[in-house]
Design a binder for this molecule. Structure first.
Ligand code: SAM
Length: 280
């Protein structure tokens, strides 16, 4: 079964209008493998027929299911370990000093997929009581995908997923093995909140975050959408906050709202507003 240009156009339009994500050429191969189980479940014979049914969201439930199937949820624990470690160190080094009075940190994992990223952060804080005992660390994981957020909230991972990035010691400390799956223990789940939220919408909180992680999400946005998302994230971060992107992503040349953090290499901080400067 081959994807026709008609089907590609419809699927791309559906995904982009709902999430901002584009189906780049090198992601088309995924479409076939992710849509085929759905077509079998709905007894739909062929991509063109499926495309016709979801065009203009004529069948809203099917359109939602196709959108979910087209999203890429690839994630794993402690993804990109050097940068992840650097973030935790940086937070400990800088934000911990400047937040001594309130002893509170607010962290937003935007596009958190099935939860590995916020849980990795929660584990990092919980395992350093000498630094963080007595602090309130709010970690909010958000994603446009209802399926991904439901899975993140459940905190249940297969053997394959749990082994990706999570050392055995931490796996045994923070997850219980039940029926071949691994369930986050209550002491871990209580540390992270999840919410369905699209980066195309206003930020999920009016109180700014000290740290925003937005990793491996911006890659597939068209340039104007990416610029608008940076704009939103700038509204949602404290003036001395830290923005972390994915290993292959940069804010440089994409926005004037963030600039390289001079102290923490590879990270970004909000650019100070310049009087009369046009938003970029
Ligand atoms: C490749 S995963 C990255 C997960 C995690 N940040 C990591 O780096 O391991 C990208 C996630 O971004 C989510 N996403 C895509 N478009 C989004 C949007 N407009 N708003 C929020 N999340 C979005 C997808 O559903 C997916 O779960």
């Amino acid at each position: 079964m081959e994807l026709s240009p008609f089907a590609v156009r419809i699927f791309n339009g559906l995904l982009e209008s709902r999430t901002g994500q584009q189906l780049s050429e090198n992601r088309l191969w995924r479409v076939e493998s992710t849509l085929q189980p759905l077509m079998r479940a709905y007894d739909i014979d062929g991509y063109d027929r499926l495309a016709t049914l979801v065009a203009g969201s004529r069948d809203p439930i099917l359109a939602e299911a196709v959108t979910e199937a087209l999203l890429n949820h690839e994630s794993f624990f402690f993804r990109d370990p050097p940068a992840f470690g650097q973030l935790v160190e940086a937070i400990a080094g800088r934000l911990r000093d400047s937040r001594q009075r309130d002893r509170r940190l607010r962290i937003w994992c935007a596009g958190c997929s099935t939860g590995q990223e916020p849980y990795s952060l929660a584990i990092s804080f919980a395992e350093k009581p000498e630094l963080w005992a007595g602090w309130t660390i709010d970690i909010l994981g958000t994603d446009v995908s209802r399926d991904a957020i439901a899975r993140a909230r459940a905190g249940v991972y297969t053997q394959f997923e749990i082994q990706r990035g999570l050392p055995v010691r931490q796996m045994l400390r923070w997850f219980d093995s039940r029926n071949e799956d691994w369930h986050a223990v209550a002491d871990l789940s209580r540390r992270v909140k999840f919410q369905v939220h699209s980066l195309l919408d206003i930020p999920p909180s009016t109180v700014p975050f000290d740290v925003i992680l937005c990793r491996n999400v911006l890659l597939y946005f068209a340039n104007p959408v990416r610029t608008a998302v940076f704009e939103r994230m700038r509204e949602a971060i404290t003036p001395d906050g830290v923005l972390m992107l994915g290993a292959g992503e940069t804010a440089l040349g994409q926005t004037r709202r963030f600039e390289s953090d001079p102290e923490i290499r590879g990270f970004y901080r909000p650019a100070l507003a310049q009087a009369g400067a046009r938003a970029a």
